[in-house]
Every structure is written in C-alpha cells, then in structure tokens.
Ligand binder design. Structure first.
Ligand SMILES: [Zn+2]
Length: 413
C-alpha cells in the first residue's frame, strides 16, 4: 500500500454517530463514568482499535487503551487520545472525535503496512467531565498516577459509591493504582479536540495549535446588606446587597476586558429574600476566571478581590469571598507545538496558535509527560450542547494533519 491511503472523514463521522447512540436518554446524548452506556461505547471502541491493527484492553479505571507496536515490540509510545464520557445532553464530538480520529490515523498506518520507530497508544479516557462523581479527569489522572484513592468513597446522585460502581463494572476498586503508566514508557501525549470556542471559525481556519490549557480560579461571593421596605427607605440610606453585587459584576467584566485572553464570568447570582417590594438583604454569586498564564490570572484574581472589597466597603455591606477552586495552566510543550505546526503547514494551511479556555485530559497527563493539542473548528463555537457541530471535511483534514504529526513525530531529546 502507498501513502495515498488517508484517514476517512466518512468513517470518523459514522463512528461519532455510533458513539452518540450509546446514551442513557433517547434522543439526547448523556454518557457518564462506569455506566452501561459507557460499556457499550467501550465495546465499540475496542472493536475499532482491533480492526485498526491494535491490541486493545480496558485498564483498571475503565479507560480503553489500544496499542500499535512500532518497528521493535515493546518500544515506548506516543500516547494519543481523548475522553469517551460526556456532559448531560452533550454534543457528539467533544472528546469522542479525538479518540475516533486517533484510531483512524492508526487504521491508516496499518492499511499502509507502516510501523514507526515508536509504539502508538490510543486512550479513550473513562471520565474527563466529572458528571457522575463531581471530580473531573478521573481516567487521565489514573494514567498519570495522580488519581486520589479517597475519591473511591465519593457517591453519585443516587448514593452509589465509586467503589461500588467500579465493582459493578467488573473492575477492582483496589487496583486503580495499576492504571498508572511509567514515565519511561510514554514519549509524549497529543490530543485532537474540537475547539469549543469560536476563534478558528471566525478566522476561516479548520485547525489550530493549542499553546496552553488555561488555568482557572473560582470564587463564591456572599454579600450581606440590610433588607428593607422598597417603598420607605430612601436611596442614600439603603444597604442593597444586590446593587452591590451588580457593581461587582461590572467591575469583573471591566477588569477582564482590559487584557486579551483573560476571561471572567459571573454565571450565577441569587438575591434574598427575593420579593418585588423588598430591598435585597443578601446576594450570592460565583466568579469563574481563566487565563493562559498563571501570573496574569493571579494578578486579575487579586485585583478583582480588591475591587469587590472596595465596592462593598463604600456601600457599607459585608462581603465574604471564598475561593472554591484553583487550577494551574497546563502549557503545551513548545517542541510539540512546533511539530504539530509543521504538520499543519505541510497540509498547506496557516498555523494559528491559540490557548484553550476549556479543560482537557492533558491537564492531568502533563504530570506524566509533555502534552500537545490540535484544535478542530466547530460551528459557532458551540459545545456542551446538542447543537455542537463539525463537518466531515474538517474531520478528515484534521485527521490528516494529526497523522502527519504522528508519522514525523520526533521525541524530545
Ligand atoms: Zn472534551
């Protein structure tokens, strides 16, 4: 066979459709960690891996792992992959596209009869979204050796513990540590994923190189003012908690709007007592803050906390600011960015570098090896939504780029 055999956009498309049918809700896509739908998706994926010339197995946390040996059996691998779980009422491509496209690349190598100087492993991570147990990246953390065994006692919405769910799935909860991989066996990790944002589409580009998976802070804010009669308390004498919160929301928007790549969102706000004729005495809201550089994000977080404190002091309301999450930026290795960039150029496309505002499995795998990512354009930047869409042409083109990257991959020295 010759190099004219290429990944197939149609096959990738059909397989995304097949995975989308493994859902707990008819007419919508929801597939969570250790569910029977996940078992069905795993079976499909294991079959495709074997058809592509790989040996394939389920690892101790439920990740699907396929291996295509290099010229010499047992060589260290280039690890590829993405996740097979979804959010509730998900799109068909977030996660799945990366697994299916990576399998198609190996399928192509196998059809050409090509072996590379290294092995390739494709992983379909069992849990990235964290829908069932509230903790994210379970599959990739297990592989990186950073899975927290305390999570085995966490329970899902109906009271089933992760330990029980693993047992019911046919896995041994005391063996999750065995999913961890040795650093010496993995050369690097690369993931193809839809952008989940509007940048590539706006610039008319099918693919882009990811520079970093943005770090994030989350805060829960509570403002305590004084509830009062909406008719009798004059404006200057009010201590309106919601008006204070509103000023804080605008301060966050203005601070984040001053720097490119920095984003801040107040996604939830509540006021109490919540009556038309009562001045709100209490307001609570959340902040989600993300940036490609940790230093930039921490500066913004400090400025925003200072601004909130100043607003609340001036308005004579009490404020409590609680950080609920901090995740560091996971930078994509420059040497992998360069190799992915060269593969894009070789397909005659401009190399657009962009950071990822969404989290990905690479955030966990970076504790094991260097990571790289290739983004694929999606329609209107919509994701975590049934309207998530790509084209078969982009699926094929991105898989060609990914295959070119794989074929020319040179480990870091
Ligand atoms: Zn994803």
């Amino acid at each position: 066979m010759t190099a004219s055999v290429q990944p197939s956009g149609t096959r990738i498309w059909d397989r995304c459709e097949a995975l989308a049918r493994c859902s707990e809700e008819p007419g919508a896509l929801t597939r969570v960690f250790l569910s029977k739908e996940q078992r069905a998706a795993n079976e499909l994926t294991l079959g495709w891996m074997r058809e592509a010339g790989m040996s394939a197995r389920l690892d101790p946390i439920g990740n699907v792992v396929g291996r295509y040996e290099g010229g010499v059996a047992g060589a260290p691998c280039l690890m590829l992959g993405s996740h097979l779980d979804t959010v509730r009422n998900a799109g068909k491509y977030d996660g799945m596209l990366g697994v299916v496209a990576a399998i198609d690349c190996v399928h192509t190598l196998h059809a050409r009869g090509t072996r590379l100087p290294f092995a390739i492993e494709v992983v379909g991570f069992a849990d990235e979204e964290g829908v069932r147990f509230g903790a994210t990246l379970l599959g990739s953390r297990a592989i990186a050796g950073t899975f927290d065994a305390k999570l085995l006692d966490s329970r899902d919405a109906v009271g089933t513990s992760m330990r029980e769910a693993l047992t019911a799935f046919g896995l041994d909860p005391d063996c999750t540590g065995k999913a961890a991989r040795r650093r010496a066996d993995v050369l690097a990790y690369a993931e193809l994923h839809i952008e989940q944002g509007p940048v590539l589409e706006a610039e008319g580009l099918p693919v882009g190189v990811v520079t970093a998976i943005n770090g994030a802070n989350r805060f829960a804010i509570e403002i305590e003012g004084l509830a009062g009669h909406a008719g009798t308390v004059p404006m200057p004498l009010r201590r309106d908690a919601l008006a204070a919160a509103a000023e804080c929301v605008l301060a966050i928007e203005s601070r984040c709007g001053r720097e490119p790549d920095l984003v801040g969102t107040v996604g939830r706000i509540e006021a109490a007592p919540g009556a038309t004729n009562v001045i709100p005495g209490n307001a609570r809201f959340t902040i989600d803050l993300r940036a490609p550089q940790d230093e930039q994000r921490r500066r913004a977080a400090a400025d925003i906390q200072a601004a909130i404190a100043a607003i609340c002091a001036r308005r004579k309301v009490k404020v409590d600011i609680r950080q609920t999450h901090e995740g560091k930026t996971a930078a994509c290795a420059p040497w992998l960015q360069d190799q992915i960039g060269r593969a894009i150029e070789a397909e005659g496309l401009p190399v657009r570098r962009l950071s990822s505002g969404a989290g990905h499995d690479g955030m966990a795998i970076i504790d094991l090896v260097d990571i790289g990512m290739l983004f694929v354009r999606c329609a209107d930047g919509i994701s975590h939504n049934p309207l998530e869409a790509i084209t078969p042409e982009d699926a094929e083109l991105s898989a060609r780029v990914f295959l070119r990257f794989i074929e020319h991959f040179k480990p870091a020295v």
